[in-house]
Structure formats: C-alpha cells, structure tokens
Design a protein around this ligand. Structure first.
Ligand code: AHG
Ligand code: MN
Ligand code: MN
Length: 326
C-alpha cells in the first residue's frame, strides 16, 4: 500500500483539529504532490518546466509544460492513494476513476496562473475535496455536487514563499514550506475584513462587461468624489491563487465577471476547480462569493468544466455587486 510521508508539523495541526483517517490521508496525498510540484517550480528553466507543451486541453486552452507536469504529478500521486475514488482535473477531458473503495473525490486546477510561469510570477495549485456519494463505480454526476458539499478545499501558492492554505471547514489556516519539505503553521486563522479599498479585475475587458458591472467599477474609480466616498486601489496579478491569497491576507475583492466576448461562456473561471474551492475558503474566513446573482457555493453544477462569473472577497463589495445586478 502507498505510504504517504507525514510532516510532523502538519500532523500536529490535523490531530489538534480532529482531522484524521481517510480525509487526512487524502489531504496529505494532495499536499505532498504539491511539495513535488513546488520543487520543480523553484528550479524553473533548470528543471525544464518553462515554455509551451505544444498541446491543448479540453477547454481549448494551450497548455504550458508546467500545466502538464503538475497535472501528471497530482494524478500519479492520487492514483496510488487508496482513500481517493476519483479525480477530476482542469487538464483532463474526463474524470479518472481510481480506487473503488476510496471515500473521496479530488478535483483540482493543477497549475493556476499559467500565463505567469515563464515570467517568474506566482502560480499555484487549487484543490477541492468531495465525498463520493455512494459505493460502486463512478459517474460524472457524482462530481457535480454544489460547493457547500466540499469537505475540504485549499491551494498551494508557489510564490515568494511556497504556502499551503486550506480549510476542512475548521477555519482557514496557512502554512509555509521550509527547506526540509515540511509545512509549518504560520497563519492561525485568516479573517477577512468586511470592507476594503482594494479591488482586482482585468480592466482591459471593461468594454465587454454588462452595464451593472460597468456601473459598479465606475463607482470605485470615482473614488472620494463618487457615491462610495473613498479612494480605491487596484491590483491584477492574473493568478487567481495569488489574488485570493492577497485578499485573505489584507482584504479586498476579486472579480472575473461575465463578459460578452463569448456568449456561450458564463465566465472565464471554472466552477469545480477554481470558483468553488476559493469560495469555500473566502466564506470560511468571513467573506462572500457570488456570480453576481447567486452565492457560488449554492450553484448546482451541470458539467465538470463549467465556467462561472466570480466575485469574491469583502462582504460589503460583493453585496454591492449583487445589488447592482438585482
Ligand atoms: P489557468 O492558468 O488555470 O488557466 O487560470 C488563469 C485564470 C486565473 O488564475 C486568473 O485570474 C485569470 O485566469 C487571468 O485571466 P486574464 O489573463 O484574462 O486576466
Ligand atoms: Mn486556473
Ligand atoms: Mn490551470
């Protein structure tokens, strides 16, 4: 049987919060795979991870070498983890059935922020864990559970430091990777301020947004002279994982709204691999998430690779966006 190496420090955290058994084993398998990805990311050109893979994924996006490498590392690790029944990945056409006896389904964006790999800006892995709803062989419907059903979610940010941030609905905790490949607790509970003066959106898409989003952003840009009565600052890293980490750390609101570039897509980001896990983290930390009409965690998924509009972060701002769309 595959033995997951255990970091003593993470182990202590799991014990303190009564996270044990299959869930612990599943999370450790994901986390250890991310440690392996981190060691490749850290070496960049020296580990051959930069550049294009020359292939595309099911969503019509060109794959970078690191998209493929990170995906393979996670899939290989989880295939050998007996608590994992099935896997769904942004980079795989279909779900992968692994151990029939397994209790959990693991969904992930193996490498978020692909456009940043080659320019040495933060990227990350985002993961979501669901319970397998029945015994027996898997169907795609088994994965199509709403975000509230997640038993755990998190990300590993390959940034200036490699950090793990996760929740098993016990609060949101942060860990930093040391030189021995161990995650050490460095943030005991992220809490998100309800208000903020910092927003994140790709402004180059402005002309494609619908009127309510145009109005909302215009209010922010008007600053102290407008109805909001304060000046806002803007950031856009183009790695959701880095934006969410900044928001958890110092507050803010992140938006990738619906736009009219491709009317067949309700948004750019993926519900199962990006929006749901990040929304769970944000809500657990006291924030809110929405697709401008409905809480993301309440959306009934209809497809593994489904896209969604995303507005998440400080409550006051997300509620304002919802109000504009009401
Ligand atoms: P991925 O690299 O997994 O395809 O995700 C990239 C996502 C997200 O991380 C980021 O917020 C957004 O795409 C950036 O999009 P733009 O390049 O359109 O700004
Ligand atoms: Mn992504
Ligand atoms: Mn990705």
């Amino acid at each position: 049987m595959f033995q997951t190496p255990i970091s003593t420090f993470l182990n202590q955290h799991f014990d303190q919060h009564n996270l044990s058994g299959s869930l612990k084993e599943t999370l450790f398998a994901v986390i250890n795979a991310c440690v392996a990805i981190s060691s490749k990311v850290r070496l960049g050109a020296l580990s051959g991870v930069l550049g294009e893979a020359g292939s595309g994924n099911i969503q019509g996006e060109a794959q970078k070498k690191l998209d493929v490498i990170a995906n393979d590392i996670l899939i290989n690790a989880l295939r050998q983890t007996p608590t994992v029944a099935g896997i769904a990945s942004e980079e795989e056409d279909n779900f992968v059935e692994t151990c029939e006896q397994g209790e959990y389904l693991v969904l992930f964006d193996p490498l978020d922020g692909s456009s940043n790999i080659d320019v040495n800006i933060s990227v990350g892995t985002i993961f979501s864990i669901l319970k397998k709803p029945h015994s027996g062989s898997l169907k795609v419907d088994d994965f199509l559970q709403n975000g509230r059903n997640q038993v755990a979610a998190g990300y590993v940010l390959y940034g200036v430091q490699t950090q793990l941030v996760f929740t098993a609905k016990h609060g949101v905790f942060g860990f930093t990777l040391n030189n021995h490949g161990e995650f050490i607790l460095t943030k005991d509970m992220f809490r998100l301020p309800e208000t903020t003066a910092e927003f994140a959106i790709n402004m180059s898409n402005q002309r494609h947004w619908e009127t309510p989003m145009q109005t909302y952003i215009a209010e922010l840009l008007a600053g102290i002279d407008g109805v909001r009565g304060k000046n806002y600052n803007m950031r856009w890293v183009a790695s959701m994982v880095a934006e969410v980490h900044r928001i958890l750390t110092r507050g803010g609101v992140f938006m990738y709204p619906f736009d009219k570039r491709d009317l067949t897509k309700p948004g750019k980001l993926r519900l199962m691999y990006e929006a749901n896990p990040m929304s769970l983290l944000i809500e657990e930390a006291g924030g809110l998430s929405s697709n401008a009409k409905q809480n993301i965690l309440d959306i009934q998924p209809t497809g593994l690779h489904q896209r969604v509009a995303v507005i998440l972060g400080a409550k006051e701002e997300v509620e304002r966006v919802n109000l504009m769309h009401a």
